[in-house]
Write a new protein. Structure first.
Length: 287
């Protein structure tokens, strides 16, 4: 008689998932203590699962159903099935062990429903609201894992998430345009005379470059503010914000004048590790 297949190691499962789909955040966890690292990996694996729904469904309804499962899980309505989901099991453990608030996790799920549809992001304010509930929320929850919550860390997390999220909108333009999905605010395109169809067609126009330059400037301002706020949080909390060093490198790369905005330019894992390692030893993150 064959032995039954043992259940997956939930910690390894989450680590592998984050390493495969969100390497910058995975690399940042390597600089956290073991218990905190486990919780961070659970948080980031949960985010990967939510973000990936967009690519795993061809129609919105199946995506809505998956999101509802996570919403029910976080509200305590899912019990037995959560034990068979390694990400859910690890996330619930992190919530319990570190006293994480559930509301931001539920709001993150709700906000990603936007991903399931091809409605354009209407305004800069709408984009900032989306990023505050997603990227900024992840920074805030990571900071709570690393230390006691504080107004300073929450303020820092907001700017960190906006900087990171806007940089990702710029970097993801090739993929989003190919799917006729628009995270670049429609209002911003209109103000520069850039048509959505030109974006979907992959046309590198002066108007689009003006739009992306403005977005890059917005991200840079949030990054500058975030880096200036780092000193206000305890050194033990700062590893939660190590991904900012990758954001800084990304913005430098994305602002190169000769760059084709529709040509994907993934960063190598070795370079990402080097960027985060250097940041982990810098005065910004240690003093």
């Amino acid at each position: 008689m064959n032995n039954p297949t043992p259940p997956p190691d939930t910690v390894t499962f989450c680590a592998d998932l984050v390493r495969s789909h969100d390497f910058a955040r995975y690399a940042a966890t390597l600089f956290a203590p073991a218990a905190e690292r486990r919780a961070l990996l659970a948080l980031y694996a949960f985010n990967v699962e939510i973000v990936r729904v967009r690519d795993q469904v061809s129609q919105p309804l199946p995506g809505e159903i998956r999101f509802q499962w996570w919403t029910d899980l976080l509200s305590g309505l899912v019990h037995g099935s959560a034990e068979g989901n390694p990400v859910a099991a690890e996330l619930l453990r992190a919530v319990r062990d570190f006293g994480l608030p559930v509301e931001p996790l539920s709001l993150l799920v709700d906000e990603h429903q936007f991903d399931l549809y091809n409605d354009p992001m209407p305004t800069m304010a709408a984009l900032e609201g989306y990023l505050a509930a997603t990227s900024s929320a992840l920074f805030d929850l990571a900071a709570r894992i690393m230390g006691a919550p504080s107004d300073a860390a929450e303020h820092l997390a907001r700017h960190a998430g906006l900087a990171q999220g806007i940089a990702q909108v710029i970097a993801n333009l090739p993929r989003d345009a190919a799917h006729r999905q628009l995270f670049v605010p429609q209002q911003l395109l209109a103000s520069h005379g850039c048509g959505m169809e030109d974006v979907f067609a992959g046309k590198d126009t002066p108007a689009l470059r003006a739009v992306l330059a403005q977005l890059t400037g917005e991200a840079q301002q949030h990054l500058t503010t975030a880096m200036s706020l780092l000193a206000q949080v305890p050194p033990a909390v700062r590893p939660a914000f190590l991904p900012l060093s990758q954001v800084r490198a990304d913005l430098k790369r994305l602002s190169q004048p000769a760059r084709n905005p529709f040509a994907p330019q993934p960063t190598s894992r070795l370079r990402t590790l080097w960027t985060l390692w250097r940041a982990s030893r810098s005065r910004e993150f240690t003093k």
